[in-house]
Ligand binder design. Structure first.
Ligand code: FE2
Length: 299
């Protein structure tokens, strides 16, 4: 996978260590973005279909197994850029912890938080987050508190109240209003959020990738083998081959109650259609077939 920009990995790592983050505009090309949108079929509810599907939560849609469905997402995850950046940054073994393509709907309020957590408990090992904007972002943008990776551990909880940030760190907030294809990389201990916004006709879509130095657990890596052109031990370790993969795919809270009314009505409509027409038709057809088989047996 070749990115749209030639990035110097030493500079990228230096920037994350010195400035909390690294960002660059239009790292993914228009064709890359078109491929991802096409391959993921955002955001169709395909209930009871044998396919890798997105999950709807109260605040948006999440494709937490996107690399099994989108070749381009797999190529980004397995890119030399991501692997070499991690290698230079961590200087020890690392592993892909999670990834997802997600769309957060208007009105959703993401609290200020750090990502150095597993199952809501803060951890000590090092981690990096890569975010790629899959749409132009002029509102609901990613925000980070500069230098916060150095002091976020004084907050015992990963989530931090807005009034604390407003009172103490307002001057350190950095906004990332950037075009589609842009990328931000940050230390997982840095405090950040997506700025709340209200626009029912627009939603933000991004690719989130989390890598850290706890190689003993992660979300399950589900790969479409046809996407894999070459794989070495470094990549196998990065994807967690042969290691525990017990962490649930995030977000974990979802069900019928997190679907919106449009999808619930779609389910009701399809259920009624199946009860009244489709199921009786197939039952009848099957009984004819059954009758023919019995007839043939006793002829
Ligand atoms: Fe986060």
């Amino acid at each position: 996978m070749k990115f749209n920009k030639n990035l110097d990995i030493d500079e990228v790592v230096k920037s994350i260590k010195k400035n909390t983050f690294f960002s660059e505009q239009r790292v993914l090309s228009k064709e890359d973005l078109r491929d991802i949108h096409k391959e993921l079929d955002l955001w169709n509810l395909n209930l009871n279909k044998n396919q890798i599907n997105p999950t709807k939560t109260f605040n948006g849609w999440y494709h937490s197994m996107a690399m099994a469905r989108s070749k381009k997402v797999y190529e980004i995850l397995a890119s030399d850029f991501i692997l070499n950046t991690c290698e230079k940054y961590f200087k020890k073994s690392f592993r892909l912890k999670a990834h997802r393509v997600y769309s957060v709907t208007s009105g959703a309020r993401m609290p200020w938080h750090s990502d150095d957590k597993s199952s809501d408990k803060k951890h000590d090992y090092e981690g990096l987050i890569f975010i790629f904007y899959l749409k132009d972002v002029s509102k609901g943008q990613f925000q980070i508190i500069k230098d916060s990776e150095n002091f976020s551990k004084k907050f015992p909880d990963a989530k931090i109240e807005e009034r604390i940030i407003d009172k103490n760190y307002k001057d350190q907030i950095i906004d990332f209003i950037m075009p589609e294809g842009s990328m931000v990389i940050y230390n997982d201990k840095a405090i950040h959020r997506a700025k709340p916004y209200f626009d029912p006709f627009w939603y933000r879509t991004s690719l989130f990738i989390q890598v850290d130095t706890n190689i003993d657990n992660g979300e399950k890596t589900i790969i479409n083998p046809s996407f894999v052109k070459n794989i070495d031990q470094k990549k196998l370790d990065y994807f967690g081959f042969g290691k525990n993969s017990d962490l649930p795919h995030e977000p974990v809270i979802s069900g019928y109650h997190t679907l919106d009314y449009k999808d619930l009505f779609k389910i009701i409509f399809n259920s009624v259609l199946s009860i009244l027409i489709l199921k009786p038709y197939y039952l009848l057809r099957r009984s004819f077939i059954l009758k023919n088989i019995i007839k043939k047996l006793f002829r």
